[in-house]
Design a protein around this ligand. Sequence first.
Ligand code: S3P
Length: 428
Amino acid sequence: MSLTVTAINGLRGELTMPGDKSISHRALMLGAIADGETHIDNFLNTGDCLSTAAVLRALGVRIDGVGEEVVVVHGAGLNGLRAAESVLDAGNSATTARLMTGLLAGQSFSSSITGDESLRSRPMDRVVAPLTAMGAQISGPSGDDKLPLTITGSALQGIKYDTPVASAQIKSALLLAGLYAAGRTTVREPYPSRDHTERMLEVMGAAVAAEGGGVTVTGGTTLTGTAISVPGDISSAAFFIVAAILTASSRLVIRQVGMNSGRIGLLDVLKTMGAPITYDAMTIKNKEPRADIIVTSGPLRATTVSAETVPRLVDEIPILAVAATQAIGQTSIKGAAELRVKESDRLSVITANLRSMGAKIRETADGLVIKGPTPLHGAAVKSLGDHRMAMAMIVAGVIAAGETVIDNEACIDISFPGFERMLTGAAV
Ligand code: S3P
């Protein structure tokens, strides 16, 4: 199915985003190995998080209320998971595949895990190599860099690991394995990535500490189930924020969006570019900050985004590229090679799509260079089954002259079912 999009004048009103995807995954996983119940309010009931729920259920965890507002995980305890009867399926979700590989490495049983065609093409050695250094045994028919993988439960030893890539998935996989390892497991990253795992581990009572530019977990500490309130997903809000800025008569309030400093790189960069964004009603729940975001229409100036900022907006680069087409001057995004191994090669796909709409954009080995402002015109563009690409191109479509046709828009359901309805509802 394809979707045809035409220009709008602005976005107005108050919106609430679906629950944060990263936090929803972690609430399920940590809840599953905690003692007692974990109640997850505003859980993201969509493809990726449902993959995590299915994987944990296959490992013997009782999870109630999936599809409803509050999900209840009946914690099996640190050593309460049991062997699954069949191959675990992470679907399209790299977070499920990588974090679960870490969680399963130190169990007393073996597991096999796979994913859909897109996920089977994405790198796994980034978690397999350090887990192997901890004593894990992980292998697969296509080597240890690609799913499917078999994880033979093994005794693990804590290590100190300097990850070459700033990635919350690598860091989290090692921290989860570290819960089962003897001694201490320390992960250091070149630049800070989102720290939802660390914060939730702390909330659940694990021995986790930030030290020496890294994070350390001590093996064997038990977790206690708790009530987790999931904030709105900033990575979903991003599309509305950029659409509001780029259209003429916008004033949007987005209620209670997660403001973890490892996630708000886009907001910081847009503000540097001159965007009229303010915050209100800031609170902290479960050690995660959240706020209302107020955004209006406004002109943008070009900027440079460096490697250090990239992990803080890693999922927002396609929509930032759309914003940059309308900014005055040359925007450069550097140190973003990671985008080539996301749900699609996002550097190459966003370049081809925006070029076909008239943008002055080129890709570099590890980034993008965009000259603006350039009026966009409608074109037939490709999502390549990548939810964030599809949403970024819909936003490009609402600022373009004529019709923009986005293929396979159903992939949006992975993170944001109802995206198009919400956008249409707020459009003026
Ligand atoms: C995620 C981390 C990021 C991000 C992904 C979700 C997470 O991946 O792109 O959508 O929940 O930990 P990397 O940490 O591998 O960059």
